[in-house]
Design a binder for this molecule. Structure first.
Ligand SMILES: [Fe+2]
Length: 307
């Protein structure tokens, strides 16, 4: 980071991504779009299923090539009984079948089972921790290619402790090795999108807690520099983030955008209808190796007015 100038800008708007297969970096005349929808926090209460269905219908009307979710799909497994977590996972899987296009999921802290359960859960439980997500949804980190763009989905959540809290933002050593290995097959010119629930870069802690606030164990990826180091000479165009229920576009030297993508649930399904940030998701339009983004308010209203 010492050789970088960080240029931050807050925008309300849009993103992008594209490419040819790994063997044809940047060689594409295709345009495509995808949707990034984060922080759904699906549960039976507060009309969340109706709201999520409205979001699904809105996505299907847009016809993106695929959807990437940004984690916190359910609310919640982290502090819940197994029965509640089971119900919520089943609800999500059932409703997600309503998407007309492929869905690539990212794990959030609220998908992790047992870290916050009291009394403490037996860690030998077959679905303890990340295993619940892996068993029911899919891999916690992986990559895929689409029309010349390379997408890398990360798991940025580790177990905390009595000092750091229930969980912390961190990418484990196994993944750090995988990132390097995965990038060996990617041309330096290939546009790359990284997805992580907990942000790698955000100005939100500074805005909400002040410039001297430093206890970001649960808000940001604490080993961010280790994660980003392998990308230094790669074409990292876009980092898509969730967790903070905020919309921001941090533009690093016009080279890499760190975008936190709002929230499908807004403020946990209690968003005042006059709030500046409404329930929504990102639509990202790719052309060549460039992108634009827009935040789609899919229309959910709570009837709540700001005090
Ligand atoms: Fe969330």
């Amino acid at each position: 980071m010492k050789t970088f100038l960080w240029i931050f800008s807050l925008l309300l708007g849009a993103v992008a991504c594209t490419t040819a297969p790994k063997d044809q970096p940047g060689d594409t005349d295709d345009s495509f779009s995808f949707v990034f929808m984060t922080d759904i926090h699906l549960k039976p209460e507060l009309g969340a299923p109706e709201g999520f269905q409205m979001a699904i219908d809105s996505v299907n009307a847009i016809h993106p090539d695929f959807v990437i979710t940004g984690g916190d799909l359910v609310d919640d497994a982290l502090y819940a009984t197994h029965g509640r977590a089971d119900t919520l996972y089943n609800l999500y899987k059932k409703m997600a079948k309503g998407f007309d296009m492929p869905v690539h999921n990212t794990m959030g802290n609220h998908e992790i089972y047992g870290y916050g359960v009291k009394p403490a859960l037996d860690q030998n439980h077959p679905e303890y921790g990340e295993k619940m997500f892996e068993k029911r949804i899919g891999k916690r980190y992986y990559s895929f290619d689409h029309k010349g763009w390379h997408f890398m989905i990360l798991d940025g959540i580790e177990k905390g402790d009595v000092n750091l809290g229930t969980y912390i933002g961190k990418v484990d050593d196994q993944q750090l090795q995988w990132i390097k290995k995965d990038l060996e097959d990617v041309y330096p010119q290939t546009p790359i999108v990284v997805v992580t629930h907990i942000p790698l870069v955000s100005i939100m802690p500074q805005i909400t807690r002040g410039p001297l606030y430093g206890d970001n164990h649960g808000s940001l990826i604490t080993n961010q520099q280790e994660v980003l180091a392998p990308f230094r000479f790669m074409n990292l165009k876009l980092v898509l983030q969730g967790h903070l229920h905020a919309l921001e576009d941090n533009n690093l030297m016009g080279r890499t955008h760190f975008i936190t993508g709002g929230a499908v649930c807004g403020k946990w399904w209690k968003t005042p209808d006059d709030s500046p940030l409404q329930e929504g998701f990102l639509k990202i339009d790719i052309k060549g190796d460039d992108f634009t983004w827009s935040y789609v308010d899919y229309g959910w209203e709570t009837g709540i007015v700001s005090p």
